[in-house]
Design a protein. Structure first.
Length: 626
C-alpha cells in the first residue's frame, strides 16, 4: 500500500508540471508495445506452418493464432513463409519509425519540463522578500536551482520509464495469456515473488537518496563559502581548515554513492539468472508435465521472456525513481516555502519623489531561524511535506518607535555605534524590510500601497559591500542599458558618471579602459576603485534618492575628500541618505540622526550636535574633530 501511495504522490508531482502530455507519452508507448506484440504473434502461423510441413489447420489453433492467420490472408501471404517474414519485417520497421517519433516527443516534453520548473522557481526567487532571502545561504539557492532540479528531471525520466515498463509488461502478459494462460500465470507468480523479495532494497535506496540530497546542499554551501572567501583564506592559511570541511562532505557523498552502487549492482547481477531460470523451469513444466503444443509455448516464451525482463527491470526502474525522492522532496519543499515569502506589492504607482519620506512610530525586528539539523530524518513521504510544522523563529528587536521626516532634496545622515540599526533602517527605507509596527509614508502614500518598482527605479544605492559583475567597466556602470561601443551618447554618459565619482583616471589607466573586464565581484580592482565604480553606477542612473551605506569606507583620504565634494555638489538637487562611521563625510548634512540600540537619541546639524556635547560630540571627539 505504501508503494501505491508513493506512486500516486509522485504522479501528482509530475502531473502538476507536465500535465496531460504525460499521458500522451504513456499512450504512445502503449501503441508501440502493441505493435511489438503483434509482430511477435506473427510467429504463431509461421511456426505452425513450418511444423506441419506447410499445411497447418487454423481450426486447431488458438484465438490469437487464428487472428494472425486472418491478418496474413488479408495481405495475401496465406501459406507463404517468405510472405509472413516480409510482413514481420514491415511491422518491425514501422515500429522503429514509431519508436523514434515517440522518443522525440519525450525529448520535447523533458526539455519543456526543465525550462518550466527552473523558470518558475527563478521567478519565485526574483519576487521573494529580502527577509526570506536572508534565511538561507547562497549555496542553498544554487544547489536547488541547478543540481536538485536536474535530479528532479532525472526522476521524471525514471518515473516515465517505470510507467512504460508497466505498460509493456501488461501488454506482453496479456498477449501471452491469450496464447497460453497456464504458462503466463506461472510466470507472473514468479515475477511477483521476485518483487516481494527485493522490497527491502527500495527502503534502503530511498534513505540513501535523502541523505545524498542533504549532503549535496551542505557541499554546495561549503564550496560557495570557500570560493567567496578564497582571498582571505589564502592569506590567513585558512584554506586547509575550510578544505577539510569540503573534503569531509565529499567523503560522505562518496560513501553514500558506494553503498548505493553495491546494492544496485547486486540487484542487476541477479536479475537475468533469475529471469532465465524461472522461464526455463516453467517451459519444462508446460512441455513435459502438461504436454502443451510447441508453437504457443515458443511464442508465449518470447512474450513472457520480454514481460519477465520488464518485471525484473521494474525493480531496477523503481529503484531509479526512489533514488530521486530526495531531490523531488527538496524542490517541492522549496517551492512551497518560497511561495510563502513572496513580496506583497501595492497597486499605486508612485510619481517622481518630490515631497518627503516619513517614518511614523516604526519598529522592526529580525526573525532568527535556526540552521536545519542535517541529521534530522526528513518526512517519509511526499504527502508529509505539507504536514511539517513551521519553524518558530526567535525575535530580535532592532528598531524601536522611530519618527523621522526626510524632506526631498535634503541630505540626511544616520550615525551611531556598530549594531545600532543604521543599515537596517536603510533597508526599511529601501522597502527591503517591512516595519512590523508603525508606518512608512512616501509623498503621503503608505508604502504598503505603493508598487515597489515605481519607488526602487528612483533610487541609487551604494552599499558597504561593493556589488560588481564579471563584465566590462562600462557595463558595470550602465548595467547593460545599451551597447557603449556603438552608442557614443551612452558612452559619454558613462564617462561623465565616472568623472563625477572620481573614477575616470584609474579607468582610463587600465589596458582596455572602459572595456576592461574586472573579474568576479571586481576582484581585479582595489577596494577604493570598487567603491568609486559603484558610486559611478548610481550617479549614471540619475536617481531621485541616493542611499550611501558606508559608501566611502574603503577610500583613501584624498579620494574621500573628492567624493565628499561630489556628494556635496548634489545637495539640493536630489535626496541623499547616508550611513557612515566616518563623520567627516556627513559634516554638511542638513540633519544628522544619532542612533543607539535602535533608538534615535539625538538629531540636528553637525555643529548643533557638537555644541550639545552629547554622544555624537563624544564620537566626533574620538575622530579628532574641532
Amino acid at each position: 500500500m505504501s508503494l501505491l501511495r508513493e506512486y500516486i504522490q509522485l504522479h501528482n508531482v509530475f502531473y502538476r508540471y507536465v500535465g496531460a502530455k504525460m499521458y500522451a507519452v504513456f499512450f504512445l508507448n502503449l501503441i508501440l508495445v502493441v505493435i511489438t506484440s503483434f509482430g511477435i504473434a506473427l510467429l504463431l502461423p509461421l511456426i505452425e506452418m513450418v511444423d506441419s510441413g506447410g499445411s497447418p489447420d487454423p481450426g486447431e489453433s488458438g484465438t490469437v493464432a487464428q487472428l494472425m492467420y486472418q491478418v496474413v490472408a488479408f495481405f495475401g501471404f496465406d501459406g507463404s513463409v517468405p510472405g509472413i517474414l516480409l510482413l514481420m519485417a514491415a511491422v518491425f520497421a514501422f515500429k522503429g519509425l514509431f519508436h523514434f517519433g515517440t522518443s522525440v516527443f519525450g525529448v520535447f516534453i523533458s526539455a519543456r519540463l526543465q525550462y518550466d520548473i527552473r523558470a518558475e522557481l527563478f521567478e519565485l526567487y526574483k519576487n521573494m522578500t529580502y527577509t526570506f532571502y536572508s534565511r538561507q545561504n547562497t549555496g542553498h539557492y544554487i544547489n536547488i536551482l541547478i543540481h536538485q532540479i536536474y535530479q528532479l528531471i532525472n526522476g521524471f525520466f525514471a518515473f516515465k520509464s517505470f510507467n512504460v515498463l508497466l505498460i509493456q509488461t501488461f501488454v506482453f502478459v496479456l498477449f501471452s495469456f491469450l496464447i497460453s494462460w497456464q504458462f503466463t500465470l506461472m510466470a507472473v507468480a514468479g515475477g511477483i515473488l521476485y518483487l516481494i523479495v527485493f522490497r527491502p532494497l527500495n527502503a534502503f535506496v530511498r534513505k540513501m537518496s535523502r541523505h545524498i540530497s542533504r549532503e549535496y546542499a551542505t557541499l554546495n554551501m561549503q564550496l560557495v563559502q570557500t570560493m567567496q572567501g578564497f582571498k582571505y583564506l589564502s592569506a590567513t592559511a585558512g584554506l586547509d581548515r575550510s578544505g577539510r570541511n569540503v573534503v569531509s562532505s565529499i567523503k560522505v557523498l562518496v560513501d553514500y554513492f558506494r553503498r548505493y552502487g553495491i546494492y544496485k549492482g547486486f540487484a542487476s547481477a541477479v536479475r537475468e539468472p533469475l529471469s532465465v531460470g524461472l522461464v526455463l523451469g516453467i517451459m519444462v513444466l508446460q512441455l513435459v508435465v502438461f504436454e502443451a503444443p510447441l508453437a504457443p509455448i515458443i511464442v508465449s516464451l518470447i512474450l513472457i521472456h520480454r514481460a519477465f525482463g520488464q518485471i525484473m527491470s521494474l525493480q531496477g526502474s523503481w529503484l531509479g525513481v526512489i533514488n530521486h525522492i530526495g531531490p523531488i522532496e527538496m524542490v517541492e519543499r522549496e517551492m512551497r516555502k518560497v511561495k510563502t515569502g513572496q513580496v506583497q506589492d501595492g497597486r499605486t504607482t508612485l510619481a517622481a519623489f518630490s515631497d518627503r519620506i516619513e517614518l511614523r512610530d516604526v519598529s522592526f525586528s529580525y526573525l532568527s531561524y535556526k540552521s536545519p539539523d542535517p541529521m534530522k530524518e526528513p518526512p517519509r513521504s511526499l504527502m508529509k511535506l505539507h504536514e511539517e510544522e513551521e519553524e518558530t523563529p526567535d525575535i530580535v528587536p532592532v528598531l524601536h518607535h522611530l519618527n523621522v521626516t526626510i524632506n526631498a532634496n535634503t541630505t540626511v545622515a544616520f550615525v551611531g555605534e556598530s549594531g545600532s540599526g543604521k543599515s537596517t533602517l536603510l533597508d526599511v527605507l529601501l522597502l527591503l524590510h517591512r516595519p512590523q509596527y508603525g508606518s512608512l509614508y512616501i509623498d503621503g502614500i503608505n508604502t504598503s500601497e505603493i508598487k515597489l518598482e515605481s519607488w526602487r527605479r528612483q533610487l541609487g544605492y551604494v552599499s558597504q559591500d561593493s556589488v560588481l559583475f564579471d563584465d566590462t567597466v562600462a557595463n558595470n556602470i550602465c548595467m547593460w542599458k545599451g551597447d557603449p561601443e556603438r552608442e557614443p551618447e551612452l558612452m559619454e554618459q558613462i564617462r561623465e558618471a565616472a568623472r563625477s565619482a572620481h573614477a575616470l583616471s584609474f579607468i582610463e589607466a587600465m589596458p582596455d579602459g572602459f572595456n576592461t573586464v574586472i573579474g568576479d565581484r571586481g576582484m581585479r580592482l582595489s577596494g577604493g576603485q570598487k567603491q568609486r565604480l559603484c558610486i559611478a553606477r548610481e550617479l549614471f542612473k540619475q536617481p531621485r534618492v541616493l542611499f550611501l551605506d558606508e559608501a566611502t569606507s574603503a577610500l583613501d583620504s584624498e579620494s574621500e575628500h573628492i567624493i565628499r565634494q561630489s556628494i556635496d555638489g548634489l545637495k539640493g538637487k536630489l535626496t541623499v541618505i547616508q550611513v557612515s562611521h566616518r563623520l567627516s563625510t556627513i559634516r554638511n548634512a542638513d540633519v544628522i540622526y544619532y542612533l543607539q540600540q535602535g533608538r534615535i537619541t539625538e538629531q540636528g546639524t553637525f555643529d548643533a550636535l557638537i555644541a550639545k556635547g552629547g554622544d555624537f560630540a563624544k564620537a566626533a571627539g574620538l575622530q579628532k574633530f574641532d
